[in-house]
Design a binder for this molecule. Structure first.
Ligand SMILES: *Cc1c(COP(=O)(O)O)cnc(C)c1O
Length: 389
């Protein structure tokens, strides 16, 4: 299907993010297919669902059977509650103690590993006649948040007397789940497994046991435990190439724009700030699109990225500006060029996504930027309007 036919241009701006609900539904099915009957799927929708829009994504994922949602902040959790998400919402880090009233009012499940935080949660919950549910994060080797494995039992005993709280889960997070046969990953798994067994042996209920991110969910069925926490994969991206043969994912996000201007400058003309690109010949169209680095099209991509238009791959040229950038359309043969000007104003350009036989993936842009697809998607989500298709 040509990009034009599928374009849902926002009224006020000729640049937008397109999010495919059917891709998300498909990816949900794929991940549910990897799980055993009693294993739950937490859909991680932090950072506005990795730039895809948390509210719309959470709705789609809930309808596709998400058992819980993972967010990074209290505000992200409140946003989901306010649109009617009624599944457990887990905050994947311990928020400030001052946020405890909101956590109780909106029935969020924070990660918690400071006694004063958990007891404050208990007091607040008890005063409102409810129970504050929390998850204990365990640092098994990533050195980010949580308790060291040896401190968990004591912590649980220290807060266990409080009647306003319930430990809903015990979890850890992997630093290298996508690395094949990785010693550090094995070590994290062993420490976590040992901790869970030891809690159970002491009669301490760990609640839901969970540790797998997307990569571990795909590569390590043996560590699914009670629940997996899948983010990236639900948006159709692979954490590493070794995951590709094991699950069929469809990227949900595309980034599109319409051409606002086309010119045919003479040989030697320069393009954009600093004139870092100059035309080395005539019969080249320079097309402008209204999307720039403030939209997530990182300036480090300047003169390196490509865009898709009308079944062609075209080089982005000149420095990417804050809100606009340019690309070059070259056709072999002056006669051919004069006969058929390849692009025109209003035409849809694909900055990320598929058009005809070509695709520009989040991984391609990530490689060019020296980052990962996670950041590419988060950045595109920051300012562009999202259109759900
Ligand atoms: C972000 C995050 C996830 C999801 O990771 P993906 O690689 O996107 O699947 C899972 N667990 C925790 C604690 C996280 O912070």
């Amino acid at each position: 299907m040509p990009a034009d036919a599928s374009a849902h241009t926002p009224e006020t701006r000729w640049a937008w993010v397109e999010v495919s609900r059917s891709a998300i539904r498909h990816n949900m099915r794929e991940f549910k297919g990897l799980l055993g009957r009693n294993q739950r799927l937490m859909a991680v929708v932090k950072a506005d669902a990795y730039g895809h829009g948390a509210v719309q994504c959470a709705r789609t994922m809930m309808a596709s059977g998400a058992d819980a949602f993972g967010v990074a902040t209290v505000d992200e959790g409140i946003e989901l509650r306010q649109v009617g998400v009624d599944k457990p919402i887990v905050i994947l880090a311990e928020p400030p103690i001052d946020s405890v009233p909101y956590i109780v009012d909106f029935d969020l499940e924070p990660s918690a590993y400071h006694e004063d935080f958990v007891l404050a949660l208990g007091e607040e919950a008890a005063s409102k006649d409810t129970i504050g549910r929390y998850h204990v994060p365990v640092d098994t080797g990533m050195t980010r948040i949580g308790l060291m494995p040896g401190d968990v039992a004591e912590f649980r005993q220290a807060v266990g007397w409080h009647r306003g709280i319930a430990c809903a889960g015990t979890f850890t997070h992997f630093a290298t789940a996508e690395v094949p046969r990785d010693w550090d990953f094995e070590l994290q798994v062993r420490r976590f497994g040992d901790l869970v067994s030891s809690l159970e042996a002491q009669g301490i209920d760990p609640g839901l046991v969970h540790c797998d991110n997307t990569a571990a969910t795909i590569l390590h069925p043996e560590t699914h435990f009670d629940m997996v926490r899948v983010g990236l994969g639900l948006y159709g991206l692979y954490p590493a190439p070794n995951c590709e043969p094991l699950v069929d994912l469809r990227p949900a996000m595309s980034v599109k724009a319409r051409i606002t201007r086309v010119v045919e400058p003479p040989t030697g003309a320069g393009v954009s700030y600093g004139l870092t690109y100059r035309l080395s010949r005539a019969n080249v169209q320079i097309a402008t699109i209204p999307l720039g680095y403030a939209d997530g099209y990182a300036r480090t991509l300047s003169n390196r990225a490509e865009v898709l238009v009308d079944g062609m791959r075209c080089r982005q040229v000149g420095n990417i500006c804050m809100d606009q950038c340019m690309f070059a359309v070259e056709v072999n043969g002056a006669r051919e060029f004069q006969k058929r000007r390849p692009v025109h104003e209003g035409q849809v350009v694909t900055i990320m996504g598929a058009d005809g036989d070509y695709e520009i993936s989040a991984d391609e842009l990530a490689r060019l930027r020296g980052t990962i697809s996670y950041e590419v998607c988060c950045d595109f989500g920051l300012r562009l309007e999202k259109v759900y298709v």
